[in-house]
Design a protein around this ligand. Structure first.
Ligand SMILES: [Zn+2]
Ligand SMILES: [Zn+2]
Length: 382
């Protein structure tokens, strides 16, 4: 009986509290933000610690989240960390509970209990909204001039009447199949009161409603871009924008044709819509049957569509090749493993279309070294 009582004393709970508040106004965050407590280090033999009622608590109206911590059976330092996944920044704060064995377990004051652990977790609103957010997250937008939805409206949520900055950057270099640098042209942002403050940077003010709408309009280049929102000198919210033509698939590797392009900076150059991919197979088959030779494929579209700047200057020499309906044939053919020049390849392919019910159309492009076709034949270059 006596022993059991002692055990209970040793297992006394420590209240662990953390206060979430807004980094700009200093006001407590709203109620209902989930805060997670966990133990990052504990003394040997102390692994049977507990959080009660669980290791996650919601903030109350004062922005305070509390749980009870019961140390394990060993004396020593329990390193408790706290994180708030919903906050716009996720620093983890930590403090320690030190226990000594002599009866009963006791905390060493300074760093336990609420007062000492009022730490900023970032985010938060002045009694209205606790977190910054931009939505939707990771949407798909089609490149400019490719016939799809090139605009996307984002809703930015934050602290009422606060000033924010928006920065648009490439998500990383080399997205969208462009393995080269230079100043990649990005999309554009606008919205009520949003003003450009530099290249791809903007400033705005959130209204009294704590929300504002930012419209993104894609540029000519496919790939991934990143929108980042800052306020009070800290990043508060961000999202990626995926600029791409949907439904592009790679041309299967050779069989009835070969694929040859000397462009090392655009290694993913054989993407097209299914209808084009099928038509190329039909052309190759018809060519082989009629001429006993294998055709050679050059550029289709890049993996995300958009401009195909084979000069890698972010300017399109290829007017077409943006939406997955274009194909260039090299002006040669392969007969018994020998490559033979075939200046009239476009005429030869053109003559095969109608008899074989292949839905493509010859289009004369600026670059006369290639024979260009659009499939389906109704496709239009932007
Ligand atoms: Zn490029
Ligand atoms: Zn072409």
């Amino acid at each position: 009986m006596r022993k059991e009582k002692k055990q209970q004393e040793q297992k006394a709970a420590f209240k662990v509290s953390v206060r979430v508040f807004d980094g700009i106004t200093g006001q407590p965050a709203a109620a209902g933000i989930a805060v997670h407590f966990f133990v990052a280090g504990f003394p040997s033999g102390g692994g049977n610690f507990q959080f009660l009622p669980s290791d996650t608590a919601q903030t109350d109206a004062g922005g305070v989240a509390s749980i009870d911590f019961i140390p394990g059976d060993a004396p020593g330092t329990y390193d408790i960390q706290v994180e708030c996944a919903q906050c716009s920044e996720i620093p983890s704060v930590s403090y320690q509970v030190n226990t000594i064995q002599e009866p009963p377990f006791k905390e060493k004051k300074p760093k336990a209990e609420g007062e000492e652990i009022k730490k900023e977790l970032g985010g938060g609103g002045a009694g209205t909204l606790a977190v910054w957010d931009i939505s939707p997250d990771n949407p798909v937008v089609t490149p400019k001039d490719t016939g799809g939805a090139e605009k996307k409206e984002f809703t930015l949520t934050g602290i009422a009447n606060s000033i924010f900055q928006v920065t648009l950057t490439p998500a990383k270099s080399n997205t969208g199949g462009h393995q080269h640098n230079g100043t990649r042209p990005l999309g554009a942002l606008n919205g009520a009161g949003l003003l450009p403050t530099g290249l791809n940077t903007y400033q705005g003010t959130i209204g009294a409603s704590s929300q504002t709408v930012i419209t993104y309009t894609a540029g000519l280049v496919g790939g991934q871009e990143h929108i980042s929102i800052s306020a009070g000198g800290k990043v508060r919210a961000s999202t990626f924008v995926n600029v791409r033509v949907e439904g592009l698939v790679p041309l299967p590797r050779p069989g009835l044709y070969v694929i040859e392009s000397g462009d090392k900076d655009h290694p993913n150059f054989t993407y097209g819509k299914q209808e084009l991919i099928i038509a190329i197979g039909q052309i190759a088959q018809a060519y082989l049957s009629t001429h006993s030779a294998i055709i050679s494929i050059n550029d289709l579209s890049l993996v995300s569509g958009g401009i195909f700047d084979s000069n890698k200057n972010w300017n399109p020499p290829h007017q077409c090749h943006r939406i997955g309906t274009s194909v260039d044939f090299n002006r040669f053919e392969i007969v018994n493993d020998d490559t033979k020049r075939r200046p009239d390849i476009a005429t030869r392919i053109n003559a095969l279309l109608q008899p074989n019910n292949i839905n493509c159309k010859r289009v004369v492009e600026q670059d006369p070294t290639k024979a260009h076709f659009e499939c389906p034949g109704t496709a239009k270059c932007p």
